[in-house]
Ligand binder design. Sequence first.
Ligand code: DX5
Ligand code: ZN
Length: 217
Amino acid sequence: MNILAPSILSADFAALGEDVKKAERAGARYLHIDVMDGAFVPSLSLGFPVIKSIRGLSELVFDVHLMICDPDRYIGEFAAAGADMITVHAEACPHLNRTIASIKEKGCKAGVALNPATPLTELSYILEDLDMVLLMTVNPGFGGQKYIESCTRKIRGLKRMISDRGLEIDIEVDGGIKLDNVQKVLDAGANVIVAGSAVFGGNVEKNVKDFLKVLEG
Ligand code: DX5
Ligand code: ZN
């Protein structure tokens, strides 16, 4: 099933609760929450208090994308704040199997993210343990960047790797996804679609509905 995951990084933070409710009312099922530490990526974004606040007003699946170094330090706190799924970057985790196990121990679904230039072989010995792989389609750190074209064949490669092993793992794509290129990533094999500026820049409800029309096509 194809799923839209609006990224609140591009929401109006002065009216965050309202923006989240708009996305939910329009039919979104996931909420993509980008956490940045100013070290793994150049920017800072948000943390536990914000996640806790919006947890109280939304039933959406909280899909938390950790762009932070050594995320093991905080897995318990993100789970307690209300994360349903936690995705960590392979590039940020020296002991990835342990990190994934600790996400699952906290009762959350576990994902691994790869930057655009990180090869799929990073997943060779961890794939079976994952619920989701997040392929970054821009270099992480900011919303509103341009989709990197070489990622399309990477999505295809991952799709093949997953089906060759007889697995069922979600493929999430994140960065530069708009209405005019979403069909391309779906065709390549992605099924969880992150969209930040394309959802929260402008009329949120209309944008969600327009995406869902393509996703549920
Ligand atoms: C970027 C974040 C994304 C970001 C995507 O580092 O991981 O989730 O919000 O924004 P858009 O959809 O505007 O490229
Ligand atoms: Zn993200």
